[in-house]
Structure formats: C-alpha cells, structure tokens
Design a protein around this ligand. Structure first.
Ligand code: ATP
Ligand code: MG
Length: 373
C-alpha cells in the first residue's frame, strides 16, 4: 500500500481551516545546500520574481569595513549580492553540510530575505511548500521547520525528489499515451550539493521505504578534487570556489571527452597542468553510491512495477550535468541485469523541485497545511 496522507510527513500541528485575512500567496521553496529556488503564485497566475534562483549564502559585514564600501548599511546581504561583496563580508552557507542546516541564524536570515523577494510590501500571507532531503530525521525536519516558520504563515515540508517528479510532470501531455508521466512511475535521483536523494514515485506520496538520501553530493566531489590537486601540486594556489568552478566546467565520468589542461601560478611562474584524471576520479566517486541506491530502492519495489520504474530513471540537480553520468549509471545497471534501465536528465535541472513545490502548494487542501510552531 503506497498511499500516504500528507499529515504523516510532519509532526507539527495541523492548521485549522481559517484562512488568514488579506491576500495569500502560494510559494514553492527549494532550500538547497548550494542554490535555492523560490517560485510564487497568487492562485491564478505565477508571480514573476526578480530573482528566483540564488546561491544559498548570507554575508555579514566584516568588522571595520569603511562607510560607503558596501552598497547600503544592512545587517546582512544574501544570495548574489553577498557573493558580489564577498571581500567585505563573512560568508555563511546555512546548509553547508549534507543538506542539513548547519547555521540556524544564517538560515533564518536567508529565509527572511526569500520572504522579501516574494512579498516586497510584507503584507501578504505566504503559504510555502518546502523541500527537504529524502527521509530527513525528525530532529532535522524540526530545525528546518523552525528556520522557515517565522517567514511563512503555513508550511508543508515534503521530500525534494518527490517534488521534483511533480515539477517535471508535463500536465499538457497527460492524455498522450506515449508520455511517461514521472509521477505515475519513475525513480528520481536528485544529485545536489549536500546530498543525493532518491525517490520511487508511483502515483502516491512516497513512503519512507521509497526514499533514500545519501550524504554525498557535489560538495564532496569538490573536496576530493581540491584534496587531490593540493596533494599533487602543494604550491598551487586555487581556492575552494575556483576548484568548484573547475569541476563545473570540466566534470565527466567514463572516457574523458578531452584532456583537461589548466593554467595555474606556481612559485611565481605560470604553468600548465593536466587535471583530467583528478577530475574523473572525483566525479566517479558518487557513481557506486548512485547505482547501489537505485538497486536498493528497486529491490524494495513490487516486481510488476519494476520495469516501468527502471525504464524511467530521471536525474535532476546540479550533479546531473556531469558529462557521461547517465550513460555510465545506465550501463552499470544493464551489467547488473537490469536491461530495461533507462536514465535521462532534465533540461532545466535547477527548478523542478521548486516548481513541484509550487504545484503542490496550489493543490493541497487548506486543512492539510501546517501552522509553524
Ligand atoms: N556542470 C556541472 N558538473 C558537475 N557538477 C555541477 C555542475 N553544475 C553544477 N554542479 C554542482 O551541482 C551542485 C549544485 O546543485 P543543486 O543546485 O541541485 O544543489 P542544491 O539543491 O543546492 O543542494 P541540495 O539538493 O543537496 O540541497 C553543486 O555541487 C555544483 O557544483
Ligand atoms: Mg537540491
């Protein structure tokens, strides 16, 4: 039995059905370790936001910054603005570790900022569906709820890969017999910065049995690459951010598309170094876990559903941009006897979770919302 009522996803009190006076905006919020996405609608139409995709970062002015150096006198700066002024700010990533809140104060400030993006006047009731890592432990969900609760008058926290399936569904094609509706039968793999999350979707809200989250993602690949390069070239002066950019430009698994040769300064001299193997090894570090988790979820699935699910494995999240990852995972599954396995990736990897969250926000009943405690 797969059907799971929404209430079971959280332990906060259910909302009463009284709708707050004033205008209600529905919000879909993907609070990512690396990147956050916020979408909003007034029920009838989506609201165009100035910036719906932003780095999940808060910058606090460094002591002693001269007047006029920062654009305005503010206690903190968020998202792209924080990165623009990073020289003069102490940057905090609220979800630095494993997609789980690492800095509750920064999280609160970031969510306050998100609220102001959606509702400049600050006079609306915001009802937000928020994504969480699959099967997040109850205490972590509580922290997440506390961090977002002050900014929204109603919330629902649902697993990110499930929301991604909802977000990927093309509602205009539901009558098309050739269309593979991801909410009917799919296995969504969200390779994020902090975690990689897996969800079998079969037309119902997922049960814990249909969800796996592994504490490995793009941040771990960055760290492996940084460590490998530092070990081989101790004098190389590359920041953690530069290593992430290097990975994003050249990431691949399997046969290298081309050698990756970069220019660096070492001991005051410009040098060219070949980093192909370091990039391959760092990126391939997640492949075993992805294959194992897919197989584990499939082993929990009723046998008659396996074909439909295996043939609709969808990769989302920034990690799905690693060149060759779909092919390598698919081949590994074929080699393990899952000959029907088919892996694809989405064109827009950034927004499916937030889009699914907004769709859900627009469809759940009023009494299914939670009043933040
Ligand atoms: N071209 C690329 N190749 C490899 N990795 C990439 C590429 N582009 C982005 N990434 C990585 O994807 C990650 C960000 O993806 P995403 O925005 O889905 O994560 P997130 O939602 O912030 O994290 P989480 O879901 O864990 O909370 C980062 O680690 C980033 O470096
Ligand atoms: Mg994510």
């Amino acid at each position: 039995m797969h059907q799971k009522p929404l209430e079971e996803f959280h332990d906060a009190k259910n909302s009463d059905v009284t709708i707050a006076p004033g205008r209600i905006l529905k919000v879909g919020f993907d609070f990512g370790a690396n990147t956050s996405v916020v979408l909003a609608s007034s029920g009838k139409e989506n609201i165009g936001l100035e910036s719906d995709v932003m780095p999940t970062v808060v910058g606090y002015p460094k002591p002693g910054v001269l007047a006029g150096i920062l654009p305005e006198s503010k206690p903190y700066y968020c998202g792209d603005e924080a990165l623009r002024h990073k020289m003069h700010l102490n940057l905090k990533w609220p979800m630095e570790r494993k997609g789980i809140l690492a800095d509750l104060d920064a999280a609160r400030d970031f969510v306050t900022f998100v609220r102001t993006i959606v509702d400049r006047e600050g006079d609306k009731g915001l009802w937000a569906v928020v994504g969480s890592p699959a099967n997040a432990p109850a205490d972590k969900l509580k922290e997440l709820r506390r961090s977002v609760g002050h900014a929204f008058s109603r919330i629902l926290i649902l697993p990110e890969p499930f929301l991604a399936a909802v977000g990927l569904r093309d509602d205009s094609r539901l009558e098309d017999p050739a269309y593979r509706d991801p909410t009917r039968a799919s296995l969504v793999v969200d390779i994020g910065a902090g975690t990689t999350d897996f969800c079998v979707v079969q037309g119902f809200y997922p049960t814990p049995n249909e969800l796996i989250s592994i504490a490995k993602g793009g941040n771990d690949i960055d760290l492996l690459l940084y460590t490998a390069l530092k070990k081989k070239y101790p004098d190389m002066n590359l920041s953690a951010l530069a290593v992430r950019r290097l990975k994003e430009l050249h990431s691949f698994v399997g046969p290298p598309p081309r050698p990756v040769v970069i220019g660096v300064m070492m001991e005051g001299k410009a040098r060219k170094i070949d980093v192909t193997e370091e990039i391959r090894q760092a990126c391939e570090s997640i492949v075993d876990d992805v294959v194992d988790s897919v197989v584990e979820l499939i082993s929990r699935t009723e046998s008659e559903a396996i074909g439909d699910i295996m043939s609709n494995i969808v990769f989302v999240g920034g990690g799905c941009l690693i060149r060759g990852i779909c092919e390598v995972v698919e081949r590994r599954l074929h080699n393990q006897g899952y000959t029907e396995a088919h892996v694809s990736q989405t064109a827009d990897y950034k927004r499916p979770v937030a889009r699914g969250a907004l769709k859900t926000a627009n469809t759940v009943r009023d009494d299914q919302w939670q009043v933040p405690g």
